[in-house]
Design a protein. Sequence first.
Length: 315
Amino acid sequence: MDFKQLKALVTVAEVGSVTRAAELLHLVQPAVTRQIRTLEQELGVSLFERTRHGMRPTEAGATLVERARRALTELDRARAELAPKPGVVTGIVTVGLLESAAERLAAPLTTAVLRDHPGIELRLLTAYSGHLQRWIDDGDVDLSLLYNLTSTPSLNVRPLVRERLWAVAPPSAGLDPARPVPFAEVAAHPLVMPSEGHALRTLIDGAAREAGAETDVTVQTNAMTLQKRLVLGGHGWTILPGIGIAADVADGILSAAPVSEPEVWRTVVLGMPRTGRVTPAVDAVARALVQQIHRTVHEGEWPSARLWDDRTGEG
């Protein structure tokens, strides 16, 4: 089993075609086919199902593809960290961003990293907190924003921001950021909610129980952008972190106000693996991310956010 075989395996799995994989790898088709067959003979299992729709990994193939992709990523990282000049920070850094914060943080983070450390190749992934945590544990992400999480045996966690959740409605509802809206009033409307099991949904359901309010959930979705579109489409109100709707409120696309009675808060943290060496590139990107978060809060672009105070242990 060698590097070329693993590269062929992953590429075929991603594109579903030996012909297309050969084009991407700048090889002839028989060479790619031979690499896959050699792997299958060595392992004694079939790695792909050959169907009329293309190549589909078998269960064994999917397992090997996952491991191979991780191994290839580690090799890419090792190559990138071998700096051509002493003192130059280089490397591949994969950052996980919460979907709610990505719109505000992704561009300025990229600008800062490329300006100060042009030798770093930045990879940004967005997802919900639970998915991001799993990606860190699996080694697919070097550092990530998460929320409502404390340190675990596998993760070091640094609290950064405590922020309040907001009720979000069409402009016609006239919600005012300066006038918090009681949860009972929010619950009186049909609601577009995050999917059950999502950490944000858990916070909202807890607030409903505390308020003694029953919610009328019209639709559930796992995407914040869909929540906002469904609200605009007249399918109900929703509840989201302030950073996720700040631009929409400023542009008059949505109206929103902090939720009260009870107030609903989440703590955004920076998570990094406990195991393994923290490379200079990962450390540099982590510092840049924290700086961008502080700037966003100080400049008022993160509504109802309070920077975490390590001395008091709260935001």
